[in-house]
Write a protein that binds this ligand. Structure first.
Ligand code: HEC
Length: 150
């Protein structure tokens, strides 16, 4: 009996490796990147709220959230580069990402630069926050326009 279970385990492992990580029960690249983007929106939302006057300007929160947005930027590529990242699962990611990886990387770089600028200048004043938030927001929109289904 034991032997049968052992060989079944080996067989399913080979199968999983063949189809790619996206099919496994464990961490999967689509859920991972969607989680990263949920965290991006979570951290970005209050900063937009401050710019729109829905929340008081709070320099400490700007600093903390901007640092999170920088860190989340570092986590983004993994969800697109992993094996099987372009198939399986319900996703809003367009095939254009893998067909035009250079363009996608350029769109990603704009996010990285804008998040770094937000972390460097956003907490100075409401005006500087406004400019940095507009720049970062433009990077979200530009990437979504070309690489995400609405
Ligand atoms: C380099 C490209 C890129 C940038 C920059 C980017 N996104 Fe996205 N975003 C995507 C893609 C692609 C998806 C679709 C992921 C999927 O469904 O597999 C997505 C999905 C999302 C989602 C939905 C997540 C879910 O639960 O399905 C939210 C919310 C989101 N992005 C917010 C943002 C915000 C806010 C910014 C900017 C601060 C941003 N994104 C910047 C490419 C980008």
């Amino acid at each position: 009996m034991r032997k049968i279970f052992a060989s079944l385990a080996v067989a399913s492992f080979v199968f999983a490796a063949g189809v790619g990580a996206a099919q496994a029960d464990g961490p999967n690249p689509v859920k991972y990147r969607q989680g990263v983007f949920q965290a991006v929106a979570w951290n970005f939302g209050p900063l937009v709220g401050m710019v729109k006057g829905k929340m008081d300007f709070n320099a400490d929160m700007v600093k903390a959230n901007a640092e999170n947005l920088v860190a989340l930027g570092k986590m983004m590529p993994g969800g697109f580069m992993a094996k099987g990242a372009d198939k399986g699962e319900k996703t809003s990611a367009k095939a254009a990402i893998w067909e035009d990886m250079d363009g996608f990387k350029a769109a990603y770089q704009k996010y990285v630069d804008a998040a770094a600028n937000l972390a460097a200048t956003g907490a100075e004043s409401k005006e500087s926050l406004g400019k940095a938030v507009a720049q970062l927001g433009a990077s979200c929109k530009a990437c979504h326009k070309d690489y995400k289904e609405n």
